[in-house]
Ligand binder design. Structure first.
Ligand code: CAA
Length: 299
């Protein structure tokens, strides 16, 4: 597989950015890694020391894979790791002198708004403020920050260091200059952008979530086995993963949360979560991260 990396672009880089990533979970540490891999300095902020330790170890493992594949040297990997600075429980310090702050805390509107109220106060007034939300209204999140015209959705895809896309989401008050600056920054780390307006699910999850949900319904109704559903969609549509494997990869709880949010926002029954999906979440079968989802990952 061709990786979207241009490691030899280190020398070509004219301006290194000061970046803060807020939230060190799967998306947060992936975003931090993607910026650090292009030479930028990243403050990775979280309220949990354990969360930060886990994040740094995830980044280390991912970089080791690049080294093992001879995509970079061990020395380069070490330098990339050193550019990520963990900051525990001090959001103000993490964003005090940044060019861009990217929020990647968990998908709760009230929590995101709390973060944006601090970002609006503590980040420099010219800093770009981005949310990695996958479905929550950017307009609503931006309303909590002073200067909502500099707030934008920058929706990265998992695994961030490998995936080419950043979906930019323009909130009601997002300025054109902010969209262009976000495009420049995303392209500067080797990504390609697609721009969406701030409507439920944007483009990516408006289309992806009903597909994943439909795959669960197909299994629930006995249309085919899980393996056949995945084989048909993977090979027939040339997708890298079948929809049930992808659901396990994303997390079934994440999918149900997004579907519930989209249903609430739109009232459209096409977003009604498959009852089997919901029951699996209730049983703690969340996909890869819990060791069991549509498939077994206990090995
Ligand atoms: N870090 C570094 N390298 C990694 C890695 C990581 N985290 N994960 C995989 N790799 C490397 C592997 O070492 C391998 O390298 P080589 O090709 O040099 O051998 C390469 O990536 C491919 O990995 P695999 O052979 O294990 O598997 P693959 O070819 O299937 O690729 C994948 C893995 C990139 C994840 C691919 O399966 C894929 O693109 N899957 C779909 C992912 C997707 O749809 N993501 C979006 C989810 S939705 C979302 O994020 C947003 C939302 O709002 C829900």
């Amino acid at each position: 597989m061709q990786l979207p990396l241009q490691l030899n672009s280190f020398e070509k880089m004219e301006h290194t950015l000061k970046v803060a990533v807020v939230g060190s979970g799967t998306m947060g540490n992936g975003i931090a890694q993607a910026f650090a891999m292009q030479g930028h300095s990243v403050a990775l902020a979280d309220i949990s020391k354990d969360g930060l330790d886990r994040a740094l170890s995830t980044v280390k493992k991912s970089l080791e894979r690049f080294v093992a594949k001879e995509k970079m040297t061990a020395k380069e990997a070490e330098a990339i790791g050193d550019r990520i600075h963990p900051i525990c429980n001090d959001l103000g310090a993490a964003v005090a002198d940044v060019d861009i702050a990217i929020e990647a805390v968990f998908e709760r509107e009230d929590v995101k708004k709390e973060v944006f109220s601090v970002l609006g106060e503590q980040a420099p007034s010219e800093a770009l403020l981005a949310t990695n939300t996958s479905s929550i209204s950017v307009t609503s999140i931006a309303s909590a920050a002073s200067g909502p015209e500099r707030v934008i959705g920058m929706h990265f895809m998992n695994p961030v260091p490998l995936m080419k896309l950043v979906e930019l989401v323009r909130g009601e008050r997002t300025s054109d200059a902010t969209v262009e600056r976000a495009r420049e920054i995303a392209e500067g780390i080797g990504k390609t952008v697609g721009v969406a307006e701030d409507y439920a699910g944007f483009v990516s999850n408006r289309i992806l979530m009903p597909m994943l949900n439909e795959a669960a319904f197909a299994l629930h109704e006995g249309v085919a086995t899980r393996e056949d559903i995945d084989t048909i969609m993977k090979l027939g549509m040339n997708h890298p993963m079948g929809p049930l494997t992808l659901s396990d990869f994303i997390g079934l709880d994440v999918i149900v949360d997004i579907l519930d949010y989209l249903l609430k926002q739109t009232g459209d029954p096409k977003f009604r979560a498959c009852p089997m999906l919901r029951r699996m979440v209730q049983a703690g079968k969340l996909g890869r991260k819990s060791g069991e989802g549509f498939y077994d990952y206990s090995e």
